[in-house]
Every structure is written in structure tokens, then in C-alpha cells.
Design a protein around this ligand. Structure first.
Ligand code: GLA
Ligand code: GLA
Length: 704
């Protein structure tokens, strides 16, 4: 059951508009700075801040001492200035006195060492003692600010799982046993699911079930146990979130709840499809990936956010105005990139644009992380850009963009948290699998082909799409295999990637040929059967490290050794075979690498090997291209559809330069330009523009 969608009100006359602001940490500054903060926020059109995320030790400096005065004062100042507060539960980082008094709340690492306090989330999600302290804080905040009109949303925790997702403490051990008992009911069912006949792992009771602590040397964890441990870590944190939310909701039921997800390049750590059911609005922290994939990666992460939000608007809780400070090399953003990234998030359905953080810290681990007000102060190019963005967002708010929803694509790439965890297993034919990265490669290949795909959680309803793509969806339950087969049988197009459907939800391999999902059902959809995998790479010196295909494509990691299934020869079209020196050397020559199979009223494609992005793009264009394809795939386009005050449908069109370095033309747009960022007119063409590097054009038009 999903909670009802509720969006935080702003303090604007009608409560609407795009929320704009950032994490605000006034407790890091003397109060003399606060008035300047408010003055600069107004100058930048800031209308919302996330407050008190890390303020526990300031609010409760000692176990029996509470100090809300400073928080009262800053909330009052913000309210007077028309700036709404997304108030945190303040529990992301606990005070030292708590750890001193209750060291048992600390998590342990897989070697059994205690994780020391001093950073963030140094607490065990299964510690009842810690939960008691956290819930006491939640209740205090709800009692004090539940009726405060400036507080319009609750920000529970912060980036759950960032530091304590894998906890190997004794309390985790006990909770895992209970979790397994709830999941399996009987110890026989667990033995069967985990395949414990292997390596004498049979257990006689749940009290013998272990969390996967370090077992010496390079010993490998049972992958089914590991996958359950990932699910368990997710569930414990989700339970913790729910307990905090419910404690506040019992006192203050009328304000929406969220917690910030971590969906970006190498972070998609929790089963966010499950979490999305438990928040009133979905929010995300997105940190850009430097280099040529910058905008594409942002778009792909945002597409998954759109999927998680099920079409509703969602909230950018954090992104950066420029460089971060937590990578080996922290590239800054070029001028124009701050505005472009923020508008790109709006293009992909965000109705809130917030940064980490408002004022750049002077001390601490994040002093060199960019912010809205940099060390240089307000007289800076960066702050001027923050103000420019505020104006653009105001123009979009005035044009009524808030609440409009993304136009859906024809194709959905399916994301699956279980598969994301499972592809990290060390027990697979290669340790180089990565489901989320393959989702991104496919996403980018669609863009390269002039198409745009959505990204949708496997567990949700994707039956309304024409095409679904399953890239490295390693784990498929029988039920999921059936849903996929039914989708194809009733006219859908299914694209199955090379390492999809190899194991079930308990990491049991499907037999009779790969992919064995659904007892062979997925093979029926494909009409193709794989007996072995051929794994190549530069590590094997003197061996061919790439295998060519007859259509000019190239595979560099994984080739399924496949044959057309018996009796399917008439229904299977072999689109490409393995061919060339590498193929001959590995005895793959002439075997099917890419196939299409008619199944019921639909089609099943098998992409039996990893491909370069350009090869995937050619496949997408050849099989799914249509006349609507944009001539220049360097132009990214999205549309949001809303309703104006008279009930008419309106479209907001977004055009972005994917270049990334060269200008790109918007040859002919319709509607009235609302925002033109790094966008030049074309002489003599009223409805033409040139988007410079980082350029964006946003237009509005009535549809009926
Ligand atoms: C060792 C062990 C076997 C098996 C193989 C796998 O030789 O003795 O049980 O684990 O490695 O390569
Ligand atoms: C995360 C946290 C923030 C901050 C940023 C820095 O998103 O939520 O508190 O540490 O990272 O990028």
C-alpha cells in the first residue's frame, strides 16, 4: 500500500511554486550571520530550507537538557521572510554523550570491530536503545513545531544507509534471525532456499543462522545468505524510518513526510521502490558525475526518480552548486552548469531544487564542498548564478509548472534492487557485472538513438509500456518471469540482456539452459537457449579480449554460447552472429548473438552479450526507431503536461544541449519561451534557437 501523495506547501500566497533552497546549518555560524543569510536568501528567491539535519547535539546538549531557543529564533526569522522549513528529525548524527553512555548502540564491521562515533549514522539500526533516544527527539520536535506554520514538511533522518547499512553487531545478528524466521517460516524452508547442503551449511534452528561476518581469508559468503542480508539491512533501516515517521505523525499528522534517497552514479543502495511507498513525496540527493556523461547520467538517475514517484513530481533535496570534496578529484562546475543541472532536474519532473548546502562551511569535513554562498561571499560568480537560477525558477512557478507531470515514453528500462545487490556478488562468472551501470548504458543508447526511455522499478506496474528492457536483471522470481512472459504474449516487446534471469530470488540457478528463470518460461519467450558463458578480458594475456559480431558490433566481457531452441528455427530471426578472429578463436563463430523471436502477440529479443554503447544505440535505432526521431540526438527533449487555471491542458517543453561541448540547434519549437539559458536566437527564424554549451530552452503552450 502506497501512502497518499502529499507535497509540502510553500509560504507563497497560494502555497505553490517550485521549492528552491538548500540544507541550512545556522548552528554552524554565530547568530550575527543569520540576518545576512535571510537577506541573501531573499535576493536569490530562496523559499525553502532543510533545517537541523545534524543538530542533535545542539538541541539536546546533554541527556536531560534541551535547547530549542535558537531553533525557535531561526524558524521565526525564516517564516517572517516567507521561507518554508523542511524540518529534520535531527537524528542522522547522534551526540557524543549518547555513545559514551550507551556504547552498545554502535554498529560493528564485518570483522567484529566496533565502528567508532564521530562521523554520521554511527548507530545500529537494530539497537532498541538507540531507537528510544531517536524517537524521544522526534516526539519533542513534533510537539514543539507540529503547529508551526513555517514548518511545512518533515525530513526524516538523512540518507538512510549511507554509513550503517551493513551492521554486524550482536543486535543485528539477533534481528537477522528473527527476519529470516519471518521470511521463511520454517528452518527447512531456509535450508532449501539457501541451498545449505553446500559446504555443510545446514542449520537445525534459526539460532544457528549467521549474518555474513568475516570468515577468514578469501572465503566466500553463500550468495543467497548475502542477498538476504542486503534485504535485511534495507528493511531494518526502513523500519527505523517508519518508527521515526510514525512517532511524529502521531503528534503532527497533517504535514508531509520524506527522506532523501541516494540515486546517482554509484549510489543506488536501497530498495527505493519499497521506500517510495512509505514517503508522502519522493526526494533525492543527486551528485553529478564529471566528464562527458554528466547530463546523461543526471537524466538517467532522474528517470528512475520519475519511476519511483510514479509520475508525480519529486524533490531534489540535495545537489551541488559546484565541486564536492569527497572524491579523489573534485571537478568544479563550469559557468552555466549550475543553472543547467537544476533546470534539467525540472525537465525530468522535479518540483523542488535544493542544494547541499546554503552557506559553505568554515570548519569540518565539508569545508571544501561547494555551497550556494561560497567562501568568497555573495560578491561571486557562483552566488550570481544562484540568483539567476532563482529568477528562472520563479518564472517557471509563475507560469504554473508546479504539479505538471512528465510525458511518458514508449519504452521502460527496468531497475531491480535485488539484481543491483546480486550483481555485486563475488560468486558469478565475472565480478564486472553491474546492473545499474547497464541500465545507464541502455538509457544513454536510447538517447543516442534519438529516443528517450523511462526507468521503472521491476516491482511496479510497467504493463502500459510498449517496450521493456531488462539489462543484467540477474535475479528473476517465477512470478516476475510470468509477468514478463504475459506482457510479451499480450503484444509487448521484451528485450532480455545477457545476464538476465540466471537466478531466482534465492540465488538458485534455473536449470535446463540459461536463462532459466520461471522454469524455462523466459527461454520460451526468447526461443534461444544458452549452455555456457564465454568470459573475456585483458587479464587473460594472449587470448582474444574482444569478440566481434556480424553486424559490426563488439563484445568485451560476456558472450552467451547460445543456440536456437529446438523447434523454434522458423520463429527466431538471428539479427547478428559472433564473427571474426575473436569469435573463431573462442569457437563462437556463427552462433546467435542477437535474436528476435515472435512470442504470442509480442516479441522477445535476446541480447546475448555485452555491447558497446554505440552498438546498443544502433540496435535500438534499427528495431525501435520511428519517424518521430529527432534528427540530432545531441538535443535532449522532455515534456511536462499540466493544467492551467482555466482547466486547459498545457505543455512545458524542455530542450537541453547534450553536446556537450558544441552548440546544438533547436530547429523549430512551438509555444512561448519561458526560460532561455545560454540560448541564442537564429537570424530570421523566430522559432529557432541555438543552445550553447550547457544551454536550456523551456517553452510553454496550450494543448487544447
Ligand atoms: C578448491 C576446493 C574445492 C573447490 C575448488 C574450486 O580446490 O578444494 O572444493 O572449492 O577449489 O575451484
Ligand atoms: C550527502 C549528505 C550531506 C552532505 C553531502 C555532501 O548528500 O546528505 O549532508 O554530506 O552528501 O555531498
Amino acid at each position: 500500500m502506497r501512502r497518499e501523495f502529499r507535497w509540502p506547501r510553500l509560504l507563497t500566497p497560494n502555497g505553490g511554486g517550485i521549492a528552491y533552497g538548500g540544507d541550512y546549518n545556522p548552528d554552524q555560524w554565530p547568530e550575527s550571520v543569520w540576518n545576512e543569510d535571510i537577506e541573501l536568501m531573499r535576493r536569490a528567491h530562496v523559499n525553502t530550507v532543510a533545517l537541523a539535519i545534524f543538530s542533535w547535539s545542539r538541541i539536546q546538549p546533554r541527556e536531560d537538557e534541551w535547547d530549542f531557543d535558537w531553533l525557535d529564533r531561526i524558524i521565526a526569522k525564516l517564516g517572517e521572510a516567507g521561507i518554508a522549513v523542511d524540518l529534520a528529525s535531527a537524528t542522522a548524527s547522534a551526540p557524543m554523550w549518547l555513545y559514551e553512555r550507551h556504547p552498545e548502540v554502535l554498529p560493528r564491521d564485518r570483522f567484529g570491530h566496533v565502528v567508532n562515533p564521530g562521523s554520521r549514522q554511527s548507530w545500529s539500526p537494530t539497537s532498541p536503545v538507540f531507537k528510544e533516544y531517536a524517537l524521544a527527539m522526534c516526539r519533542r520536535l513534533a510537539e514543539r513545531y507540529g503547529d508551526n506554520p513555517t514548518v511545512t514538511a518533515w525530513h526524516i533522518g538523512n540518507e538512510y544507509g549511507w554509513n550503517n547499512r551493513h551492521d554486524y553487531s550482536d543486535s543485528a545478528q539477533a534481528a537477522f534471525r528473527d527476519w529470516c524466521e519471518r521470511r521463511y517460516g520454517s528452518v527447512e524452508a531456509l535450508n532449501d532456499a539457501w541451498g545449505t547442503a553446500f559446504w555443510s551449511q545446514h542449520v537445525n534452528s534459526f539460532s544457528e543462522v549467521l549474518i555474513p561476518r568475516h570468515m577468514g581469508g578469501d572465503s566466500m559468503v553463500n550468495p543467497a545468505q548475502q542477498l538476504d542480508f542486503e534485504r535485511f539491512g534495507n528493511d531494518m533501516l526502513l523500519d527505523f524510518y517508519k518508527a521515526e515517521r510514525d512517532a511524529i505523525e502521531a503528534i503532527c499528522p497533517d504535514k508531509p513526510f520524506t527522506t532523501n534517497f541516494m540515486v546517482s552514479t554509484d549510489q543506488c543502495v536501497m530498495d527505493y521502490a519499497q521506500w517510495s511507498d512509505e514517503v508522502d513525496f519522493v526526494s533525492n540527493d543527486h551528485y553529478f558525475h564529471e566528464g562527458e556523461s554528466h547530463l546523461d547520467e543526471l537524466a538517467c538517475s532522474d528517470a528512475l526518480m520519475g519511476g519511483l514517484a510514479q509520475g508525480k513530481p519529486w524533490y531534489v533535496m540535495e545537489h551541488s552548486t559546484s565541486g564536492v570534496q569527497w572524491k579523489p578529484l573534485n571537478a568544479r562546475k563550469r559557468h552555466g552548469e549550475l543553472v543547467r543541472d537544476a533546470l534539467a532536474h525540472v525537465a525530468f519532473g522535479a518540483d523542488a531544487i535544493n542544494f547541499f548546502q546554503w552557506r559553505q562551511s568554515r570548519s569540518g569535513a565539508e569545508a571544501f564542498h561547494s555551497a550556494m554562498v561560497p567562501h568568497a561571499g555573495a560578491d561571486s560568480a557562483l552566488f550570481r548564478e544562484v540568483c539567476e537560477l532563482g529568477e528562472s525558477l520563479q518564472a517557471l512557478s509563475d507560469a504554473g509548472i508546479q504539479g505538471s507531470e512528465m510525458e511518458r515514453s514508449r519504452a521502460a528500462i527496468l531497475f531491480h534492487a535485488d539484481s543491483e545487490w546480486a550483481t555485486r556478488s563475488e560468486t558469478l562468472p565475472t565480478m564486472k557485472l553491474n546492473h545499474w551501470h547497464d541500465v545507464r548504458d541502455w538509457y544513454r543508447a536510447f538517447l543516442d538513438a534519438g529516443l528517450r526511455a523511462d526507468v521503472t522499478p521491476l516491482r511496479d506496474d510497467w504493463s502500459g509500456y510498449d517496450i521493456i528492457v531488462l539489462p543484467t536483471v540477474l535475479v528473476l522470481s517465477d512470478a516476475d518471469a510470468r509477468r514478463i512472459a504475459e506482457f510479451a504474449a499480450s503484444g509487448g516487446t521484451v528485450v532480455v540482456g545477457y545476464a538476465t534471469g540466471l537466478v531466482d530470488e534465492s540465488f538458485r540457478v534455473g536449470l535446463g539452459g540459461y536463462p532459466g528463470a520461471g522454469g524455462g518460461l523466459l527461454r520460451d519467450v526468447l526461443g534461444v537457449r544458452t549452455e555456457e558463458f564465454n568470459i573475456v578480458g585483458d587479464e587473460a594475456q594472449g587470448e582474444a579480449s574482444a569478440v566481434g559480431l556480424s553486424n559490426g558490433a563488439c563484445s568485451r566481457l560476456w558472450q552467451s554460447v547460445a543456440t536456437v531452441a529446438d523447434g523454434e528455427a522458423d520463429d527466431v530471426a538471428v539479427l547478428a552472429t559472433y564473427e571474426g578472429e575473436g569469435a573463431e578463436d573462442w569457437e563462437l563463430g556463427g552462433m546467435p548473438a542477437l535474436t528476435r523471436h515472435a512470442y504470442g502477440a509480442g516479441v522477445g529479443y535476446y541480447v546475448g552479450c555485452d555491447l558497446r554503447r554505440e552498438d546498443i544505440a544502433r540496435f535500438v535505432e534499427a528495431e525501435f526507431g520511428d519517424a518521430s526521431i529527432r534528427a540530432d540526438s545531441r538535443l535532449m527533449h522532455t515534456r511536462r503536461i499540466g493544467v492551467d487555471e482555466n482547466g486547459n491542458r498545457v505543455a512545458f517543453d524542455f530542450y537541453l544541449n547534450r553536446g556537450p561541448k558544441k552548440p546544438v540547434n533547436v530547429p523549430e519549437f512551438t509555444g512561448v519561451p519561458l526560460v532561455e539559458h545560454r540560448c541564442a536566437p537564429v537570424a530570421g527564424v523566430a522559432h529557432g534557437r541555438v543552445l550553447q554549451r550547457n544551454g536550456v530552452l523551456i517553452t510553454r503552450q496550450r494543448l487544447d
